[in-house]
Design a protein around this ligand. Structure first.
Ligand SMILES: NC(=O)c1ccc[n+]([C@@H]2O[C@H](COP(=O)([O-])OP(=O)(O)OC[C@H]3O[C@@H](n4cnc5c(N)ncnc54)[C@H](OP(=O)(O)O)[C@@H]3O)[C@@H](O)[C@H]2O)c1
Length: 331
């Protein structure tokens, strides 16, 4: 291809995001400067947090209208002026929503071509590491305990539930429809799942977690966080991973009432984390994750959409809960 197709984050959303917030543009395919590689993207990933990047500074700088939409992905090196890289290498980087990118070599990771790209971007990528460190280091589950995870059918959540089972815990998830909940129990191996949009959330969580909740892995914030806190056991742990319920709205939830007193009386530890903080231990985590996957104990779950032109509508669908597992686009 002789042009670089780019999705530009063109207009700031006012409330919920729509495909109209993005424009498709064409630019010249870049050339590599000294120390750079040019990559042709083959698979791009979606992160729920990308909606938060549009609102302000997070763990990365804010995205501004006019920027190429940000996001990680995998591609093939087509030109290299950097030591250690050659045309044909499979690499991962913050490519952005574009078919080609010139990237400094220090921001590019060379990948093992014998592993499928969708696995590099899911179970062996940020998603897998987030589930692993967030649950095991922050949540610290013990055998026999109950682990509850929100957005359980999503990329991080579906791995958290499976790792909780590997730790000998009862795994319970929340998701936005009955079909997803049934799939979590029948196909993924959760012990129970609750449709958080059905109403009676407190009563349904109580039924699904009859011995209370020892670890709550919070991907959402909002109503599910409030209901989960009310089910926490003494000395419970809340691993705050993300707040997707607050990303795609002009009116974020003020959060559950009465939290400080509640945390004190029940001696609950509520701790936020960012996966980058654990990168010095990623080798250890990946060895463990790979051995679980190789033994068939941890099932990678990916949701691949075909076609670069579908990027905006696919991101919109994530906030409607359309994905199961890691949402990716094959370019
Ligand atoms: N701390 C870190 O280092 C780190 C790293 C990676 C990701 N994260 C966080 O992990 C969470 C999951 O991210 P992901 O990229 O793996 O996405 P994901 O779970 O694959 O997709 C997002 C899911 O969130 C649910 N959702 C969307 N809008 C919602 C709303 N208004 N209320 C409640 N649920 C809603 C949807 O499922 P249902 O509605 O069907 O449940 C959707 O499938 C996010 O909060 C993200 O920010 C944190």
């Amino acid at each position: 291809m002789t042009v670089n197709r780019q999705w530009i984050y063109a207009r700031k959303p006012n409330g919920q995001i729509g495909a109209g917030n993005f424009d498709l543009k064409e630019a010249a395919v870049p050339k590599a400067a000294e120390g750079e590689v040019v990559v042709r993207s083959t698979m791009l990933q979606f992160d729920a947090a990308s909606r938060a990047w549009m609102q302000g500074q997070t763990y990365r700088s804010q995205l501004n209208p006019g920027d190429v939409m940000a996001g990680r992905g995998i591609g093939e090196v087509i030109e290299s002026k950097a030591d250690g890289f050659a045309a044909g290498d499979m690499v991962m980087s913050d490519i952005g929503w574009q078919t080609h990118a010139a990237l400094p070599a220090r921001q590019v990771q060379k990948l093992d071509k014998s592993v499928a790209p969708e696995l590099h971007l899911s179970v062996y990528g940020i998603t897998g590491l987030t589930a692993y460190f967030g649950l095991l280091d922050v949540g610290r589950p013990r055998p026999g305990e109950t682990v509850l995870v929100s957005a359980a059918a999503g990329a991080v959540g579906v791995l958290v539930g499976q790792i909780a089972k590997l730790m000998g815990c009862r795994a319970v998830g929340t998701a936005s429809d009955d079909a997803k909940c049934k799939w979590l129990v029948d196909d993924v191996g959760f012990d129970a799942a609750v449709n958080y949009r059905q109403g009676n959330l407190n009563a349904n969580l109580k039924a699904a977690c009859p011995r209370g909740v020892d670890v709550y892995f919070d991907n959402t914030g909002g109503d599910v966080l409030g209901a989960a806190l009310s089910r926490m056991n003494m000395w419970g742990r809340v691993a705050c991973c993300g707040a997707v319920a607050n990303y795609d709205t002009a009116t974020p939830s003020p959060g559950p009432a009465g939290v400080p007193g509640f945390l004190v009386t029940k001696r609950i530890r509520m701790e936020g984390f960012v996966v980058m903080d654990f990168f010095n231990r990623q080798r250890e985590a990946l060895l463990q994750i790979k051995s679980w996957v190789d033994d068939g104990k941890l099932k990678p779950v990916v949701d691949i959409v075909e076609g670069f032109e579908k990027m905006p509508e696919t991101l919109v669908g994530m906030f409607a809960g359309k994905n199961r597992g890691k949402l990716l686009v094959r370019v």
